[in-house]
Design a binder for this molecule. Structure first.
Ligand code: GRG
Length: 300
């Protein structure tokens, strides 16, 4: 199987898992349930649940305990996009080639659909306890829930988004602020994905810390690449057309350091992340643990 076929299969698997946790559209609250499903099933690369599963397998994880968390993280990612698109935030009318949730269901219903997804995410993730029949696994699920809450919340994605909104309104620019925003708004959910995969598979604390660092690099590289496309392409990483206003006024890695430095930074961050991940494969080989050779992570 080539990389494209592998990726298609993993995307399909992530979507099958996700569908099992999405709500049935019925009852007096049918409209908001429709809006939730509309936003989640609008396409998307499913990068986060795929990375979570790959990290789980890299550390020798087995069974279905990871699946509720795969669904939960994709719900959180989608709630953030629904809220980010609102007129009160980015005021985007289209995403992934179709109308945004508020543009179809109205602002109020889109706010509630996002809130609904966030709550359903934690309800779904907590159902991982149903797959945990020993103390060791129960502790892993509890820790994974804590990581999910932290990386999605004020010490993660919400914190990054809040700093971004404030920076845009008062025009502040600094390297520290830019990295804070990228680390939290973009990298935090990628860290959650890979850390939770590792935790549920039983990785040691030190290994989880190393995975957090690798995922930080992947998240920042993803964001800097988006900044590069802002300048060189007509579309961003989401396939959204870029207006000249955005090109000229956005605080980005490229606007601070220039295009060439940005390209070098993407290569450096990616190589460093791969080195960390490769070191786990090597360790597994040396200790004779069940080895899951994972060329997939290297190709992302
Ligand atoms: C509203 C709390 C709150 C947070 C919003 C997600 C977000 C934070 C802002 C969106 C703006 C943006 C371009 C962020 C950069 C990284 C990012 C989250 C990109 C979208 O992720 P993909 O490419 O999307 O994985 P798909 O469509 O594939 O799911």
């Amino acid at each position: 199987m080539n990389f494209k076929q592998q990726l298609d299969e993993k995307t399909r698997h992530a979507e099958d898992v996700l569908k099992r946790y999405l709500p049935e559209e019925k009852g007096f609250q049918k409209k908001v349930l429709e809006a939730m499903n509309y936003s989640v099933m609008a396409g998307g690369k499913r990068l986060r649940p795929i990375l979570m599963k790959e990290s789980f397998l890299l550390f020798g994880g087995e069974g279905a305990v990871v699946e509720p968390f795969m669904a939960a993280l994709e719900m959180i990612h989608n709630y953030s996009l629904v809220h980010d698109d609102l007129p009160a935030m980015d005021n985007d009318k289209y995403r992934r080639g179709r109308k945004t949730t508020w543009n179809v269901y109205g602002d109020g219903m889109a706010v509630l659909a996002g809130d609904g997804l966030l709550n359903l995410a934690f309800e779904s993730a907590a159902s991982a306890f149903d797959f945990a029949d020993d103390t060791k696994t129960i502790k892993r699920v509890a820790l994974a829930l804590k990581v999910l809450g932290k990386k999605a919340g004020i010490y993660g994605m919400i914190g990054g988004q809040a700093a971004d909104i404030e920076a845009e309104s008062d025009g502040r620019v600094s390297k520290e602020l830019l990295f804070f925003i990228h680390e939290n708004k973009t990298a935090a959910l990628i860290q959650a994905a890979m850390m939770i995969g590792a935790i549920l598979a039983g990785a040691e604390t030190e290994a989880v810390k190393a995975v957090e660092k690798a995922a930080y690099n992947i998240g920042i590289a993803f964001q800097v690449q988006d900044d590069i496309l802002d300048v060189t392409g007509s579309e961003d990483v989401l396939g959204k057309p870029i207006g000249s206003d955005e090109k000229n006024h956005k605080l980005t890695y490229v606007s601070l350091y220039g295009l060439e430095e940005a390209k070098k930074e993407v290569s450096r961050l990616s190589e460093e992340a791969l080195d960390i991940l490769r070191s786990f494969e090597n360790q597994n080989e040396i200790s004779g643990n069940k080895l899951y050779r994972n060329p997939f992570l290297e190709q992302l």
